[in-house]
Design a protein around this ligand. Structure first.
Ligand SMILES: *Cc1c(COP(=O)(O)O)cnc(C)c1O
Ligand SMILES: [Zn+2]
Length: 416
C-alpha cells in the first residue's frame, strides 16, 4: 500500500553514461564536478503504483511518493514528518503584485524549518542503508542544520563544515542536534571543497546535494506535491530562489513527473530568482554556455543563496528551460522589502532567501515577464526565524513606553 521504489539506475547528465543505483556519487568519465548523476525510474511501475486511490491512503509526508524516491520501502527513515507542506492563499500579496493569484507553499513548516529537510531525510535514510557511520555536509546553514536534525532522529553522527558567516540560529540548531561542527575560515565554496575531500579521506557519506544524486530526489517531492495539490488548477508560474540550483532542479523534475503521470494538467513555468550580488546562475543562463563560467565572489543578505559557484547549474538550467520559464536577479534592498511585505500581507514569515522569491515575483511583474492575469506559486523555502538578525534589522524597532495609558495614547492616540 505504501509503495515500493521504482528506481532503476543512475544516468550522467553530461555524457548519458548509465550506472547501477549504488552508492556512487558522480560519473567515472566526467568526474566529480561535471559528472552529476540523475536518478532514473521505471515510469510504468510508477504509474501503476502512484494512483489517486493509492495516494489517498498514504502518509501526509514526502514518503507518500515512495515509487519516485530512491529509498526502498523496507529501509529505515527519519521518524520526523517532512513535506506535504501547506499552501497559503495570499490575496493581499496578489493585489500588491498586480497578479490574479499568489499562493505560498510554506516549507518553513518542515521539522527543522526549511525546504532542505526533504533532501536530508533521503540523505539520512541513504547513509543508514549504505552502512555509513557518519554523514558530512558543507552548508551555509539550512542543509547542515537539516541534515543534523534528520540524522539525530535516527542516531547517525554528523560532521558539518560551515563557513564563517553562518547565521546564529542555524548554528544553534546544528550544535543542539549534536553535530560536530567545523567552522572553516573561508567562504561557503571553500567549506564545500574541504568537505568533499574529507568525505573521500574518511569514508563519510556526502550529503552535498549537487553531487549526491539521491538527495535532489528528496527536493523533487515539493514539485510532486505541487502537482498533487494544484493539479487541476496549476499556477502559471512557480517561483523559486536559487543558490546551487538543486532546489529549483528538483521542483522542475517533480512537476514534470506529475505532468507525465496525469496529475498536473499543465506544466507551470518556473522563475528562478537570485540575488544580484550572487547571480552566477543568472549569468550562466544568459550566456547559454555549455561549460561552466568562471567564478565570481558572491555576497548577499540572503545567506542561503550566497553561492559563488552553482554546483547544479546544468540540471537547473535544463529544468527551467523545459518549463518554458526564465531567471532573474533582485537587489538586496528588494529582498529586504520583500522580507517585510510578505509576513505583513500573508502571515507567513520567510527567511531572506524565501523573501527573494517574492521579490522576484515583483520584479518579474514590473519587467512584464509575469502578466496581470497570471497566477503565481511562491516557494517559501525557509522560516524567518532562521535569520533573526536580518529580520530584526529589516523590521525596525518597537515603541519604548512607560507602563501608563498616557504613554499608550502618545503612540496610538486617544480612543475615538
Ligand atoms: C538552499 C536554499 C535555497 C536554494 O537552494 P539551492 O539548491 O542551493 O539552489 C533557497 N532557500 C533556502 C531557504 C535554502 O536553504
Ligand atoms: Zn558522464
Amino acid at each position: 500500500m505504501n509503495g515500493q521504489s521504482a528506481l532503476t539506475g543512475l544516468s550522467c547528465i553530461k555524457c548519458g553514461g548509465l550506472y547501477p543505483a549504488d552508492d556512487r556519487l558522480t560519473c567515472d568519465v566526467c568526474g566529480t564536478s561535471e559528472g552529476i548523476l540523475e536518478a532514473e525510474y521505471d515510469m510504468e511501475a510508477v504509474a501503476r503504483g502512484l494512483t489517486r486511490e493509492a495516494l489517498a491512503q498514504r502518509p501526509m509526508s514526502m514518503w507518500r511518493y515512495a515509487e519516485l524516491l530512491p529509498v526502498p520501502a523496507e529501509a529505515e527513515r527519519p521518524p520526523l514528518q517532512v513535506g506535504w507542506t501547506p499552501l497559503v492563499d495570499a490575496p493581499r500579496m496578489a493585489k500588491m503584485a498586480g497578479v490574479a493569484r499568489v499562493i505560498l507553499k510554506d516549507d518553513g513548516r518542515n521539522p527543522t524549518a526549511s525546504f532542505k529537510d526533504r533532501a536530508s531525510a533521503v540523505g539520512a535514510a541513504c547513509a543508514r542503508m549504505f552502512g555509513r557511520s557518519t554523514v558530512a555536509c558543507a552548508s551555509t546553514g539550512n542543509a547542515a542544520s537539516s541534515m543534523a536534525g534528520m540524522a539525530a532522529s535516527m542516531g547517525i553522527p554528523t560532521t558539518i563544515f560551515v563557513p564563517e558567516r553562518a547565521p546564529e540560529p542555524k548554528l544553534a540548531q546544528l550544535l543542539l542536534f549534536g553535530a560536530r561542527v567545523l567552522r572553516v575560515h573561508g567562504t561557503y565554496d571553500e567549506a564545500y571543497d574541504l568537505c568533499t575531500k574529507a568525505c573521500a579521506r574518511y569514508g563519510w557519506y556526502n550529503r552535498n546535494c549537487a553531487i549526491n544524486p539521491y538527495l535532489v530526489e528528496g527536493k523533487k517531492t515539493a514539485g510532486l506535491e505541487i502537482g498533487e495539490q494544484l493539479g487541476d488548477d496549476p499556477p502559471d508560474w512557480v517561483v523559486v530562489s536559487v543558490g546551487d540550483g538543486c532546489t529549483v532542479a528538483g521542483i522542475c523534475k517533480g512537476m514534470r513527473d506529475m505532468k507525465q503521470l496525469g496529475f498536473l494538467k499543465r506544466l507551470p513555468r518556473v522563475l528562478a530568482v537570485q540575488a544580484k550580488g550572487a547571480s552566477a546562475f543568472v549569468r550562466q543562463w544568459e550566456a547559454e554556455a555549455e561549460e561552466k563560467l568562471p567564478t565570481e565572489d558572491a555576497t548577499t543578505v540572503a545567506d542561503s543563496i550566497c553561492v559563488s559557484t552553482p554546483r547544479n547549474w546544468r540540471k537547473a538550467v535544463r529544468g527551467v528551460r523545459k518549463s518554458g520559464g526564465t531567471v532573474l536577479a533582485v537587489e538586496d534592498a528588494a529582498i529586504l522589502d520583500a522580507l517585510r511585505s510578505m509576513p505583513r500581507l500573508s502571515g507567513v514569515f520567510g527567511e531572506p532567501a524565501a523573501a527573494a522569491a517574492w521579490a522576484g515575483v515583483l520584479e518579474a511583474r514590473s519587467q512584464g515577464i509575469i502578466s496581470a492575469d497570471e497566477s503565481v506559486l511562491c516557494m517559501v523555502t525557509g522560516n524567518g526565524l532562521k535569520d533573526i538578525r536580518t529580520a530584526v534589522n529589516a523590521a525596525g524597532q518597537p515603541h519604548d513606553i512607560d507602563a501608563t495609558l498616557e504613554a499608550v495614547a502618545q503612540v496610538v492616540g486617544e480612543p475615538s
